[in-house]
Design a protein around this ligand. Structure first.
Ligand code: CA
Length: 267
C-alpha cells in the first residue's frame, strides 16, 4: 500500500504540479521559523531511501531558504551527519542496512545533538517510542502534510542547538564543536580539519586512552592512511596545543594509543 504515490497526492502540496514559476509553498504563518523574519540559511540533512520523497522534501526546504543534503541510506547519512554540522536532520526509520534508530543512537553516542525529526510509518507506535529512546526530538507519521512538517520544523529549529552544550573541555582547553574554535588558557589555536577531528575524539574520550586503531578509524574511516599519518598529526597537535603552554595534555601510552588529560591539574 505504501509507496511514492502517497506523497504525490494531498500529502505534499509541492507535488501537485503547480505552474512553474509560481511559489508552491504554503505561506508561512507568523511565528513560523521560516517566516520572512528568519532569513538565516539553515542546513538540513534528509536521510530517506524513498528517493522521490527525499527529492520532494529537498525542493520544498530549498524554497524555504534551507540548504539541503540528501542521503538515501543510513550509513551514508551517518557519515554526513558526523562530518558536517547541520541544523536539523530528517531521518526515516525504515532504511536499508543501518536503520534510522541506529543512526540516531550512534549520533547521540558521539554527542552529536543536532535536532532529529524521525519519519515513521503510519501509526507505528512502537517505532515512535523506539525513536525517542534512540534520541530523536520529534516524529512525523507518513504521509504528512507540508504544513505539519513546517510546524514541527519551526519548533525544532527554534529549540536549535542551544539546548545542548557543544563545547568540549579538558583542563584549560576548550573546543567549541559549532564554531570549531579551539582555545587553551584564553589563547585561540588554529588546527587543520584532521587535527580537529583527532582532538574531538581525544577530548570526548578523556581521560580514557584511545587506541591508535580506534583513533584512525574514527578520523579516517575505512580509508586508513599510511601508518605514520596519525603520529605526524599528533606531533602537530602537540606543537600547537602543548608546547606553548608548558604543561602537556596529550599523553602517549606506548604501544597502545593516546589520551588527553592534565596530569598536573592546578589546585
Ligand atoms: Ca524508508
Amino acid at each position: 500500500m505504501r509507496g511514492p504515490l502517497v506523497y504525490h497526492g494531498s500529502a505534499l502540496p509541492l507535488a501537485q504540479g503547480a505552474p512553474s514559476g509560481q511559489r508552491r509553498v504554503p505561506s508561512a504563518r507568523p511565528g513560523d521559523f521560516f517566516g520572512s523574519q528568519a532569513p538565516m540559511t539553515r542546513k538540513v540533512l534528509i536521510i530517506e531511501d524513498e528517493q522521490e520523497l527525499a527529492k520532494l522534501l529537498k525542493r520544498q526546504m530549498e524554497e524555504l531558504s534551507c540548504t539541503v543534503e540528501l542521503a538515501f541510506a543510513g550509513d551514508t547519512g551517518l557519515q554526513l551527519a558526523e562530518s558536517t554540522t547541520f541544523d536539523l536532520i530528517l531521518l526515516d526509520i525504515m532504511l536499508p542496512g543501518m536503520d534510522g534508530l541506529e543512526v540516531c543512537r550512534r549520533l547521540r553516542a558521539q554527542r552529536v545533538y543536532t535536532p532529529v525529526l524521525m519519519l515513521t510509518a503510519r501509526d507505528a507506535l512502537e517505532q515512535k517510542l523506539a525513536g525517542f529512546e534512540s534520541g530523536a526530538d520529534d516524529y512525523l507519521v507518513k504521509p504528512f502534510a507540508l504544513q505539519e512538517l513546517d510546524a514541527r520544523l519551526g519548533v525544532l529549529l527554534r529549540r536549535g542547538r542551544g539546548s545542548h552544550s557543544r563545547v568540549l573541555t579538558v583542563s584549560d582547553l576548550e573546543y567549541n564543536l559549532d564554531t570549531l574554535e579551539v582555545v587553551r588558557a584564553g589563547t585561540s589555536i588554529t588546527l587543520n580539519p584532521t587535527a580537529l577531528k583527532i582532538l574531538q575524539v581525544l577530548m570526548e574520550a578523556s581521560p580514557a586512552v584511545v587506541t591508535r586503531q580506534d583513533l584512525e578509524t574514527r578520523v579516517w574511516g575505512e580509508e586508513l592512511p599510511d601508518s605514520d599519518s596519525l603520529r605526524v598529526h599528533i606531533h602537530g597537535l602537540r606543537a600547537a596545543l602543548d608546547k606553548p603552554f608548558g604543561r602537556p595534555l596529550i599523553q602517549t601510552r606506548h604501544g597502545i594509543g593516546y589520551r588527553l588529560v592534565d596530569l598536573e591539574p592546578s589546585a
